[in-house]
Design a protein around this ligand. Structure first.
Ligand code: PMV
Length: 326
């Protein structure tokens, strides 16, 4: 009983920040995202009566800090499959984890698909998004292909994700700028919990449905400028809420602000449509049209202190593969 899945991290256009149910990871609002082809997690899960204990290896190291969360998730699968076998889980990321690049989205979606398949569960795509959500909310959006909507719902069965557009629908690209690989100090689990203590949180919830409609319309009409302005508005709001939570969370580094300003500068001075977003971390992700990527990259070359640039296009969701890691 062994299965391997490969999944992509997604970045949210409309963010998930704050939960209405912590145990089930039900988000306070519906969210939108895109899967990114060059940020991947590959995970192999095997259940066997030969294993005396569960083991978790992430990026070639025996995991201690992720062990409990991973096994709690594997327990949900064991429960559904009515098995008690111990599991061996090995996972590799092709990008730094816990640095604000949504590694939990690719991580738990790959784990949901590999784990449920290895346990013999035959889940539909919708059921898989519900299962992945239990591990990490954003992981639900890495199961379907392309541009994805995750309906907030109000219970386990009706908070699920689905594709709204194929990966080839729009020729947009994401430029991921990694300027630090330090693991962030405050994870999203605590960030979600503190969000409601921000005085701006209620205001966010009042306007979010209208922003979602505007964003969906901009995507439908391929109106890149409206999309980009909403993207920045949404990313800044997430961070304003984090900064004004109690206790305050500061994910931005000086370089983050430098990149945000640089992005706006090349947009205004060079007339290049490029906009930023960010997850709960310091790494900005720039969005542009494919035809402009080269020019934007040449401008970005003048920025100092960038460790790595990863250019991504929209990708499919999680898929099984026969290339097992062990
Ligand atoms: O799925 P989590 O618990 O890692 O939360 C993700 C939160 C953000 O990345 C900041 C926003 C989002 O919608 O992905």
């Amino acid at each position: 009983m062994k299965a391997t899945a490969i999944s992509h991290a997604n970045i949210a256009f409309i963010k998930y920040w704050g939960k209405k149910n912590t145990k089930l990871n039900l988000p306070q609002n519906t969210t939108l995202s895109v899967n990114l082809d060059n940020l991947t997690t590959t995970t192999t899960v095997e259940f066997s009566d030969e294993f005396k204990e569960d083991s978790v290896i992430i990026d070639n190291e025996k995991s201690t800090d992720e062990f409990n969360r991973t096994i709690k998730f594997i327990d949900i699968i064991r429960n559904e499959a009515k098995i008690q076998l111990k599991a061996k889980i090995t996972s590799v990321n092709n990008f730094p984890k816990k640095s604000g690049l949504a590694s939990s989205s690719s991580g738990f979606s790959a784990l949901a698909l590999a784990g449920s398949s290895a346990a013999g569960l035959k889940l539909s795509e919708k059921e898989l998004t519900i299962l992945a959500r239990r591990g990490s909310g954003s992981a639900s959006r890495s199961i379907p292909d392309g541009i994805v909507e995750w309906k907030e719902g109000d219970g386990n069965k009706n908070s699920f994700a689905y594709k709204i557009h194929d990966k080839d629908y729009w020729d947009i690209q994401a430029i991921v700028l990694i300027h630090t690989t330090k693991e962030k100090k405050v994870g999203s689990t605590e960030g979600h919990e503190f969000a409601r203590t921000s005085p701006f949180y209620d205001q966010r919830l009042k306007i979010i449905n209208s922003r979602i409609s505007k964003m969906k319309k901009a995507i439908k009409e391929k109106d890149f400028e409206t999309f980009g302005l909403l993207l920045e508005e949404e990313a800044i709001e997430l961070h304003v809420i984090a900064m004004t939570s109690k206790p305050p969370i500061l994910y931005w580094e000086p370089k983050t602000i430098e990149i945000m300003k640089f992005c706006q500068q090349i947009r205004n001075d060079k007339n290049l449509p490029v906009y930023f977003t960010m997850d709960a971390g310091p790494q900005p992700v720039l969005f542009c049209k494919k035809k402009d990527t080269k020019k934007i990259l040449s401008h970005l070359k003048t920025l100092k202190g960038i460790e790595k640039i990863i250019v991504c296009k929209p990708s499919d969701g999680a898929k099984l593969t026969s290339r097992h890691l062990f």
